[in-house]
Design a protein around this ligand. Sequence first.
Ligand SMILES: *Cc1c(COP(=O)(O)O)cnc(C)c1O
Length: 366
Amino acid sequence: MKFETIAIHAGTKITDTHRPAVQPITLATTFEHHEDSVIYSRSSNPNRNALENVLAKLEHGEVAAAFSSGNAAGMSVFQALEPGSHIVAPDDMYHGLRNQLLGIFAGILDVDFVDMTNPQNVKNAVKKETKLIWVETPSNPLLKISDIKSICEIAKEKNITVVCDNTFATPAFQNPILLGADIVMHSTTKYLGGHSDIMGGALVGKTQNEFWDKIRNVQISGGAVPSPFDCYMLTRSIKTLPYRMKGHAEHAGIIATYLENHPNVEKVYYPGLKGHDGFSIAKGQMTGFGGMLSFLVKGDAVKADRVISRLQFFTNATSLGGVESLIERRAASEGADTKTPQNLIRVSVGLEHLDDLLDDLNVALE
Ligand SMILES: *Cc1c(COP(=O)(O)O)cnc(C)c1O
């Protein structure tokens, strides 16, 4: 099956004798004991099984685990590690997961943050206790590109697990497992959900090995699982993911070029621009450049806030990946200790008509 067909058909696992055309929502928390049956909804339920099936197939993995948020998915990986394990993580990492490592896991896990745009930095950071390399590409919010294949080769030599946060690229444009990663992570709150109305996270494993069994145990015993309704919603959204992503990437590419040529813009971060540091690696490992971009407004935070306040179709809000365009001055969301430039604006380019988006930006940037 091709990607578009998987997205539509792999999320349906009907057991109902009426044979509905789409997976019904099964709200039951418990199921009558019989052979091969689902037992209790924290362990598994028909909607989560259907969702995990489509997620695994989209990312070319053998197994998938769905969670109640992207952060819960990420935390499950960290919880599955032995105390004292060392992690190599990117210096531009989703701040919520970075904060988990520095806060919740302080004293339990040891972490070094490195600039992964150069794989040599990863190699240099690896030590005897390294059990996990965490990759995020394109990264949030600087759209840094890391070479997944090269990093996986470094990891393989030392038997280190590689997890790749694929939230920005989505399986429409990048399949880390095909490039050597062991596990793919998603905040399904973003593009997979696609309409800013579902919280969720997911992990997809290349194979069901010992480490995966530990993750599965954290999912089931920890219990940060999505509801049947959320699983249903997400499975429904995934059906249009391939076509939504084409639109997001087309719009983002054009807007990135527009911004690059604007006199009031200092710099644009979009991996599809030829001048982007990671352009050639992105071109090699992605089939599209995605719908996220960031740019620096000429001036300070006040100037950037003024641009945002003048926009009509870009809502000033955090999060990303929905059909509606969102924009934010990222440093304001990341808190006091952020390294993100104060004049950086992050854009989640939506699926409104491109002319309306360009007109809006034109007025705001005047
Ligand atoms: C949003 C996000 C997360 C966290 O996901 P939640 O669903 O908000 O918990 C992790 N990684 C990236 C890249 C994200 O954008």
